[in-house]
Design a protein around this ligand. Structure first.
Ligand code: ZN
Length: 285
C-alpha cells in the first residue's frame, strides 16, 4: 500500500471511530428527557451517589467510595455538567464521601451542604483538608433549613438540633418538591432516626423514596414506610444479598422498587405530574 492510501485509510478509521462514539453517546442521551427533573442513580460499588438535574441546575447527593470516581465523572460529563450547584454530603462514612476530593479537583462546586459533626477517619481528614480552599461555600444544615434548585424547593428534615451518637441517624434527610411530585432522600438513617422524624410530625408523604441505609434490616420500619407511602423506591445496596428483607417489605406494599446494581444507571424523570423510570449501561466497569 502506498503512503497516500495508508494515510487515507487511517483518516477513514479515525473519522468512523469519532462518528461511532458520537452516535452512541447521542443515542443514550436522547433517551433521557432532560427538560424535566432527572434523578440519575449512579452505580457506585456499594455506596450512594445520586445526581439531580432540574431546569439546568444540578445537585449531587453523596459521592460513593473513591474507586467509584470514574463512573461519577463519566456521568457528570455525560450530562455536560462542569459546575455542580449543590453537593450534599449526607454524613461522613467513606461510601458517601469517598470521591468528593476528586470531584473538587475536576469540577466547580457552588455550595456544599454538610452536617456539623466530625469523624475519625482518613477519608474524612482528606476531605476536610480539600474543603479548606472553599470554606465559604460550606453550609452546615439542620432540620428547618430550605433551599431552591431551579423551580423546585427542598426542605431539610434531619439532622436535628441535638445530634445522635450514631452518625447514620444524623444523615441529612431532605424532601424535594417539584410541581405535584415529591422525592425523599434519607441517607443512611436507621430506625432511631426514623422514630425521631415520626415524633416530630413532619409531612413525610412522598412519591419517591431513596431507601435508608442501603436497604439494611436496621432501617425502613413499617411505621416510617407507612408515613412516606411512596409509589417508587430505590435501594442502593451494600452487597448483592443484604437488602432482600427490605425489598420484600416494599414489594408487599406494591411499591415500584428498583435496585442500583453495578451494571446499570437507574434514571427517574418527571415533569412534576408523572414519574418515569428507565436505565442505561454504566460507563466504566
Ligand atoms: Zn452508607
Amino acid at each position: 500500500m502506498n503512503l497516500l492510501k495508508k494515510c487515507l485509510l487511517i483518516f477513514i478509521i479515525i473519522v468512523s471511530m469519532l462518528i461511532c462514539s458520537c452516535t452512541a453517546s447521542d443515542a443514550k442521551q436522547s433517551n433521557i428527557d432532560q427538560n424535566n427533573l432527572v434523578i440519575d442513580c449512579i452505580p457506585v460499588l456499594g455506596g450512594d451517589s445520586f445526581l439531580i438535574i432540574i431546569d439546568g441546575k444540578s445537585m449531587l447527593i453523596d459521592t460513593g467510595v473513591r474507586q467509584a470516581y470514574n463512573e461519577i465523572k463519566a456521568t457528570l460529563n455525560f450530562y455536560n455538567i462542569k459546575k455542580l450547584d449543590f453537593v450534599i454530603l449526607t454524613h461522613y462514612h467513606k461510601d458517601h464521601i469517598g470521591s468528593m476530593s476528586d470531584i473538587l479537583s475536576d469540577f466547580k462546586v457552588k455550595k456544599v451542604l454538610m452536617i456539623d459533626q466530625t469523624h475519625d477517619s482518613d477519608t474524612y481528614s482528606d476531605l476536610m483538608q480539600n474543603l479548606e480552599n472553599i470554606k465559604q461555600k460550606i453550609q452546615y444544615v439542620k432540620a428547618g433549613d430550605s433551599f431552591n434548585l431551579g423551580n423546585s424547593t427542598f426542605e431539610i428534615l434531619n439532622p436535628q438540633k441535638n445530634l445522635s451518637k450514631n452518625m447514620n441517624d444524623n444523615s441529612i434527610v431532605f424532601k424535594l418538591n417539584y410541581v405535584d411530585k415529591s422525592f425523599l432522600f434519607v441517607g443512611d438513617l436507621e430506625n432511631k432516626g426514623e422514630k425521631q422524624l415520626l415524633n416530630n410530625d413532619y409531612d413525610l408523604k412522598s412519591d419517591f423514596l431513596k431507601v435508608g441505609n442501603h436497604g439494611e434490616k436496621d432501617a425502613t420500619s413499617k411505621k416510617f414506610l407507612k408515613a412516606i407511602d411512596p409509589e417508587y423506591a430505590i435501594i442502593s445496596p451494600k452487597t448483592i444479598d443484604s437488602f432482600s428483607k427490605t425489598e420484600e417489605k416494599l414489594l408487599d406494599k406494591d411499591i415500584k422498587t428498583q435496585i442500583v446494581l453495578l451494571n446499570d444507571h437507574i434514571v427517574y424523570t418527571s415533569n412534576g405530574l408523572v414519574i418515569k423510570v428507565q436505565s442505561y449501561e454504566n460507563f466504566t466497569y
